[in-house]
Design a binder for this molecule. Structure first.
Ligand code: GLU
Length: 424
């Protein structure tokens, strides 16, 4: 298993500010009182854990302690659902904001889940595979009864993958019996769903296609720039290239590559799996991540971490459409500024919902012990995303708001309705 090295410097958590800002607007529009607001903002439950682990370093073996989190935001509409992220800058504030984002994402997609997020403050590329396995299994032990098929169902997120999910499944099954439905995003051999690995990227590309259709703009030949070439960025690029778009630049944590005639995305994937980075891809020129975000293009897709488009660099964005394949890649101030100058921003809770939607399919298949073919999963994914897109685009057009405002209004209203029906 390879886990991509992640940037350690220069990252800041913009998530909390963003959530507060987007929600405040929605709360006003829906006319919510103070108690309702408090209930919707604060998590149902949050846990912080310390995980000890002996780590082999150059100087010999050392005992390290890693801080881990699980924040369960809301489960009015179904079990808590959301990824586990392994990144040195994981912290409680970020987990709270991302857990809440999952609540709105699952509500908007109309799948029967709530929202959660968790992770460990660790740089996984500094651990051996067996250290990572031990850390993951100890994390699972500490999560204990907080997770469950009908309680809380984790999934992959930044720097976690099907192998990490397999370890969680194994550890949980030791005490609960064979339970594939405890996590989604598993390897196919262990009850993973065909289509789950590529689902987030596939969904982001599908939403991009719907946006182009609505604007009577051809996706074929459209110039696309993608920041991030991990699971989400690479599958978004592959699918968009398949649909005829011209991917003119992509980047990873080390920097980007560009080719005005269009990058051969499949070749880029092969190059990354051989060289470990995009740098040096034949037929391309190198550029920095900052230069990449400022390239003139039709569609810009941030597909890595949060806050990459912010008030410092928003003015240099020269795309007509920004599709948020990552969670919260555009800060709220940049979002307002882009909206004011007519750039369409397709919000994360719609653009990257493909992952959690196919997670839902995987969970349903595990419970029924009846796998679906990939084609069926992808058709159902498209139906689900088209439905959400039409509701959001229609709502935004009717109310004259941004797509984000319309998406938040609908998601929050759905969660509130479930809470009211169940009773406080
Ligand atoms: N981590 C993904 C997200 O942020 C997927 C979550 C899931 O499948 O539960 O949407």
């Amino acid at each position: 298993m390879t886990l991509t090295r992640v940037p350690v410097v220069g990252q800041q958590c913009h998530c909390r500010d963003n959530q507060d800002h987007f929600l405040a607007r929605t709360f006003e529009r829906l006319g919510l009182d103070d108690a309702q607001r408090q209930f919707l903002v604060h998590p149902f439950r949050e846990v912080t854990m310390q995980i000890p682990l002996h780590v082999t370093a150059e100087e010999g073996e050392a005992l390290c302690t890693f801080t881990a989190y699980r924040v369960q935001h809301n489960h009015a509409r179904g079990p808590f659902k959301g990824g586990l992220r392994y990144h040195p800058e994981v912290n409680l504030e970020e987990m709270r904001a991302l857990a809440q984002l999952m609540t709105w994402k699952t509500a908007l997609a109309n799948i029967p889940f709530g929202g959660a997020k968790g992770g460990i403050a660790v740089d996984p590329s500094e651990l051996t595979l067996s250290e990572l396995e031990t850390l993951t299994k100890r994390f699972t032990q500490k999560l204990g009864i907080l997770i469950g098929v009908h309680e809380d169902v984790p999934a992959p997120d930044v720097n976690t993958n099907p192998q990490v999910m397999a370890w969680i499944f194994e550890e949980y099954s030791k005490t609960h019996g064979y339970t594939p439905g405890i996590v989604t995003g598993k390897p196919l051999e262990l009850g993973g769903a065909a289509g789950r690995l590529e689902a987030t990227g596939y969904g982001a590309a599908f939403i991009t296609m719907l946006v182009c259709e609505s604007r009577s703009m051809a996706l074929e030949g459209a110039r696309v720039v993608i920041q991030g070439f991990g699971n989400v960025g690479s599958y978004t690029a592959l699918r968009l290239a398949e649909l005829g778009a011209k991917v003119i630049a992509v980047s990873d944590v080390y920097g980007g590559v560009t080719c005005d005639a269009g990058i051969d995305v499949q070749e880029a994937v092969t190059h990354v799996s051989d060289a470990g980075r995009l740098e040096g891809l034949a037929g391309t020129d190198a550029l920095t991540n900052d230069e990449l975000l400022a390239l003139p293009c039709d569609i810009l897709i941030p597909a890595a971490l949060d806050g990459v488009i912010n008030c410092d660099n928003e003015g240099s964005v020269r795309a007509d459409i920004v599709v948020e394949a990552a969670n919260m890649p555009v800060t709220h101030m940049a979002d307002d500024a882009l909206h004011d100058r007519g750039v369409l921003v397709v919000p994360d809770i719609l653009a990257n919902a493909g992952g959690v939607i196919v997670s839902y399919f995987e969970w349903a298949q595990n419970i029924q012990e009846f796998p679906w073919p990939r084609a069926l999963a992808l058709t159902r994914l498209e139906d689900c995303l088209r439905n959400a897109y039409e509701r959001v685009a229609g709502g935004a057009a009717r109310a004259g708001t941004s797509m984000r405002t319309a998406a938040y209004d609908q998601a929050v209203a759905a969660v509130l309705r479930a809470i009211e029906l169940r009773g406080f």
